[in-house]
Design a protein around this ligand. Structure first.
Ligand code: NAD
Length: 1024
């Protein structure tokens, strides 16, 4: 009779354990149950402490009946037929954990999920194992640390500077000591020296009334302070009179202090129920009345898109004289209640400057409880201890405590009844086009089906309350005459979810009404009151009554290969079927403006589930960071389009968010499908091969949809500029690394020099996507983190540049021979060479430097690369009209020993017969791609340097790849995504521009570089 404790594998910061050594001691000594602990070096409690408590250390848990973890246990580690308890994050159909659940079922694991352990096991009752309070505590400690830094930047040194992040203290108690001491010292400082009036007093404003707020207020209470009412803050703030208050003041705002009715009707007694039911009748007055008068805002409210924001970007712009300089968004809802939170920060760097206003620092970390691992572990164990004996005895599920029964997701290879909907969700969401759940076949009477079809918008705690399951049961009971399809499903951890559900009854509207009545009754059933669910039928105009767009999937016989191949093409031709392309899961959506006419439906509630739609075309080497960046905003839907569907699916799996969808379209062959997809988007990013951008741009101009590319503007694309201007569509090109970041960083310095009255007589700029030195371990000193064909093509360009007033022209055949040694500023140990890069003289105009006597742009490689490649070119390896065998013959006859060594390296393990017959360049590309690929664990790096007037000003960038992304992918993918983000933000100047645009203009490079810096991609500037 024993239980096991796993070694956490999920996140580097997951140092919690579900039992402390003390609790283990009780289990062993008092309950007489053996405990086996997998050794772990990062757990907050040492292995030795568990041994002293009586546990056995072993990696082998196969002898344990019940096994406890905190976060997802890797599927490979699951032992068949065991009971496991952990946060599986599957109850909302999270795609990243689909394989884990499949493994649970396959291995007949009994899975009990902490997320659904509720009082008495009642669906929707308060959760028992929850960590909001720890998030509040850790968040408030981190906030005080950030506040200290922010005050320093504003010229005030305070004792808050000595406070660290919560995780830096051995325990919460130690952290509270530090907070208390700093608070006392600040009060003393306040008494002794006069502080600038904007910090006198420091006003902390709190929102929310749940566990997060409770935790944050507990830490705040450690500071000597006075609490004031919101009405007092409003009055004092308006009069700018805070006299007579201590150094720190707190104020707790309630909902009634934050919103007012839009129609101006006074609300002497604020009706919370009315507000929650019809938030569209309210707007936020929070910033104007209260938040602009506080120094620190600590946000702990639940928010979703139906409600007015807590703080919006326009608030900050409207009241520039606000006192606020720190926002702690403990709710950490990216671009949510606090619109200014652009991304979740890391535990290591929990706060940073706010993009909308750099006088404000903002903190938002989504794994705060793991910063207090000791106390959070204690909390786990306190709840779990009573259940240990029955789990250790392997009690049958029907005899387990109600709390465990209610949280048991899977048992004996099946999902338990309450959770069968998870299987439906995975089947639905994982399928291109969301092929219909019930597998209905085409019927003749399409018109009747459309009449009997509608879409419901459901919002609330749909999953953990079990409500969605019951609603789907209602429809399923109508099989084979009725069916449902999930059109959209937005879920968020610990938040309410939104589901758009299409319900179809073959019999038409009368039958549909019967089913809808049952669904509405369920939503109103007091048994599901805790779900706080709202269900609305969307108006027919939501998709122009054309439900065929989603019904269509019912006509296609789904035949998915076992290996997950895409569907057969059948059923596409039905003349009746119009609408979005295969793979799209959207109904034809009317312009949002037209919904304003719908008196009974709020615009935000209707379109919020997927406010913006973006298509990323291409899922190749640089696409992942782009998709990751664009999908951080959960209200945005990102389609990842590729001619290779498996590649798109793999990318979506790697990013692992629910608002991303793989779509299979061959851009060259399925023109109509692509056009239709583009039409439904708010922006398109083309990461297709550069030759395809022009045709995509044509579609975008016709559909009036902004486009971003990371490639040079081709003549065909430039020719579209006028049409794009006429259509009012921005086409932002050259938004990658080179071209892209090079333009932005160069122009930032050039404009600065000009603005201070200077001239740029000489400008040189070089860039290289290279292998990090430790991985440059082949005769080429080069490995590919992007397509070899691009590198080979670039080697055949001609080049032009000026040097001291003289024009230098290099023919393509001489390019490689013109390579010159290059050393980086402050990093001379890197032996590099530079090759002229195309026509640098174009940049005299583009960069607005007519005074430049020298204008050079170059590509960087490790020294020796060009000499070897020159021999390859001379032998004909870049030609299509020679076979590889012919080129090899010529090469062997004339090559130097060094080049031969390089060729031997490429050919190692290949058989001549396989190689000989193919066009030389194709075969060379394949060899380069396979033999010079970055291997697991190896890094690439991107290097860039601009020199202005010699060494007078030097701007450098050195970025290394990480485990998850190459430096090339990050620099290109993030830049192009930032371009799209700027176009999608109606408040930016670039979104209001049109025609073909480059990031050489300030309206692009200024916010662009700022956002790149926030991603850790930072240029270093040196000036003499
Ligand atoms: N500015 C820079 O610094 C920079 C650097 C690298 C790449 N780029 C540009 O970024 C883009 C993507 O580069 P990459 O390295 O990811 O390229 P890649 O070759 O790895 O990816 C191209 C993608 O397009 C898809 N594709 C190709 N033909 C298709 C078709 N007919 N229909 C649908 N999909 C098709 C491929 O399957 C792949 O997903 C290119 O346009 C390239 O010019 C810019």
């Amino acid at each position: 009779m024993s239980i096991g404790i796993v070694k956490e594998a999920y996140s580097v910061w997951e140092r919690r354990c579900c039992f402390t050594p003390r609790q283990v001691e009780r289990i062993v000594r008092t309950l007489g149950i053996e405990v086996v602990v997998q050794p772990s070096g990062k757990r907050v409690f040492a292995d030795a402490e568990y041994v002293r408590a009586g546990a056995t250390l072993s990696d082998d848990l196969s002898g344990c009946n019940a096994i406890f973890g905190v976060k997802q246990v890797p599927q490979a580690n699951l032992i068949p037929d065991k009971t496991y308890l952990f946060f599986s994050h599957t109850i909302k159909g999270q795609p990243e954990n689909e394989a884990l659940l499949a493994s649970v079922l396959e291995k007949r694991v009994r899975l009990i999920d902490y997320e659904v352990i509720s009082q008495n096991g009642v669906a929707g009752a308060p959760r028992l194992v929850a960590f909001g309070e720890y998030a509040g505590k850790a968040g408030m400690i981190d906030t005080l640390r950030g506040l200290g830094q922010q005050l320093l930047y504003q010229g005030l040194s305070t004792p808050f500077l000595s406070i660290g992040s919560a995780y830096m203290y051995p325990s919460y108690k130690e952290a509270t000591r530090a907070v208390r001491m700093a608070g006392d010292a600040f009060a003393a400082q306040h008494r002794q020296q006069s502080t600038p009036s904007r910090f006198q007093p420091l006003v902390f404003l709190f929102t929310g009334s749940g566990n997060v707020n409770k935790g944050a207020r507990q830490v705040f209470n450690l500071l000597p302070h006075a609490m004031i009412e919101p009405s007092e803050l409003m009055q004092r703030g308006a009069a700018d009179d805070f006299a007579g208050l201590p150094s720190v003041v707190g104020c707790q705002a309630g909902i009634q202090d934050m919103v007012a009715r839009i129609d101006g009707e006074p609300t002497p007694t604020f009706d919370k129920r009315h507000y929650y039911a019809q938030p569209e009748h309210y707007h936020s007055v929070f910033f104007e009345h209260l938040a602009r008068h506080c120094n620190v805002l600590v946000n702990g409210v639940y928010w979703d898109s139906r409600f007015p924001r807590v703080v919006s970007k326009s608030d900050i712009a409207k009241f520039p004289d606000h006192r606020m300089h720190f926002i702690a968004d403990i709710s950490c809802d990216v671009r949510g209640g606090v619109e200014l939170l652009e991304r979740a920060n890391t535990v290591e760097e929990p706060f940073g400057p706010c993009e909308a206003n750099d006088k404000i620092s903002i903190m938002g970390v989504d794994i705060l409880p793991s910063e207090l691992p000791r106390e959070a572990s204690q909390h786990f164990g306190d709840y779990l201890l009573p259940f240990v004996p029955q789990l250790a005895h392997n009690t049958a599920t029907s005899d387990l405590a109600k709390e465990l029964q209610g949280a048991c997701i899977a048992d004996k290879g099946s999902l338990r009844e309450r959770f069968t909907y998870i299987g439906d969700l995975y089947r639905e969401l994982g399928r291109p086009g969301h092929a219909v759940h019930s597998g209905g076949k085409a019927t003749e009477d399409t018109a009747a089906q459309i009449a009997g079809s509608t879409v419901l918008r459901m919002h609330g705690h749909l999953f953990d309350s079990g409500l969605i399951n019951r609603m789907l049961d209602v429809v399923e009971a109508q099989l084979p005459h009725g069916r449902f399809q999930i059109v959209e499903c937005m879920v968020g951890a610990n938040r309410k979810s939104t589901v758009l559900l299409q319900v179809t009854m073959d019999g038409g509207r009368p039958q549909l009404d019967q089913v809808l009545t049952k669904i509405f009754q369920l939503a109103a059933d007091p048994a599901f009151a805790s779900s706080e669910a709202t269900v609305k039928e969307l108006p027919h105009s939501f998709c122009d009554g054309n439900f065929a767009a989603t019904l269509r999937d019912t006509y296609r016989e789904v035949s998915e290969e076992e290996d997950g191949e895409e569907e057969e093409d059948g059923g596409e031709e039905s003349g009746l079927l119009t609408g979005p392309p295969r793979g799209s899961r959207h109904l034809v959506r009317k312009d949002s403006a037209s919904f304003l006419d719908q008196a009974d439906v709020s615009v935000t509630s209707l379109i919020a589930p997927s406010l913006q739609k973006v298509a990323v075309l291409g899922a190749g080497m640089v696409a992942k960071p782009c998709v990751e960046y664009l999908s951080r905003d959960s209200s945005r839907h990102v389609s990842v389009v590729s001619g290779d569907f498996n590649e798109a699916k793999a990318l979506c799996r790697r990013v692992g968010r629910t608002n991303i969808e793989p779509v299979h379209i061959d851009a060259l062959q399925h023109h109509d499908e692509l056009e239709s997809l583009v039409r439904g988007c708010d922006a398109v990013v083309s990461l297709l091969p550069a030759t395809m951008h022009a045709s995509v741009a044509k579609m975008c101009v016709a559909a009036k949809v902004p486009l971003v590319t990371a490639s040079y503007v081709s003549p065909e694309l430039q020719a579209l500029s006028e049409a794009a201007t006429e259509a009012g569509v921005p086409i932002l090109c050259e938004m990658g690394l080179d071209p892209g970041m090079d333009h932005m960083s160069a122009m930032a310095v050039i404009d600065q020099i000009h603005e201070s009255g200077g001239k740029v007589h000489s400008f040189t700029s070089v860039c290289g996507g290279l292998t990090a030195p430790e991985a440059a371990n082949n005769p080429f000193g080069y490995k590919f983190s992007w397509s070899p064909r691009g590198v080979l093509t670039a080697m055949q360009n001609s080049a032009r540049f000026s040097r001291n007033g003289e024009l230098v022209e290099i023919e393509s055949k001489d390019l490689l021979a013109s390579a010159e040694p290059f050393r980086m500023y402050n990093l001379p140990s890197l032996a590099l060479e530079q090759l002229p890069n195309r026509d640098a003289l174009k940049y005299v105009d583009k960069y607005r430097i007519p005074e430049a006597q020298t204008c050079f742009r170059g590509t960087l490689r490790y020294e020796g690369f060009s000499a070897k490649m020159l021999e390859f070119v001379r032998a004909g390896f870049l030609r299509e009209d020679l076979t590889f065998g012919e080129a090899l013959g010529a090469f062997q006859a004339q090559a130097t020993q060094e080049a031969k060594v390089a060729m031997e390296f490429l050919l190692a393990g290949s058989h001549d017969a396989e190689l000989d017959g193919r066009p030389a360049v194709d075969q060379l590309c394949d060899l380069l791609q396979t033999r010079l690929a970055l291997r697991e664990g190896e890094r690439d790096m991107t290097v860039m340097q601009h020199n202005f007037n010699g060494d007078e000003h030097v701007s450098t960038l050195l970025a290394y790849g990480t485990k998850s992304d190459t430096a090339m992918a990050s620099t290109v993918g993030l830049t192009v995504a930032i371009g799209a983000d700027l176009l999608l933000d109606p408040t930016t100047a670039v979104s209001q521009s049109s025609g073909v645009l480059l990031p050489t203009s300030k309206m692009i490079y200024q916010p662009g570089l700022k956002r790149l810096a926030a991603e850790g991609i930072i240029f270093t500037n040196h000036s003499r």
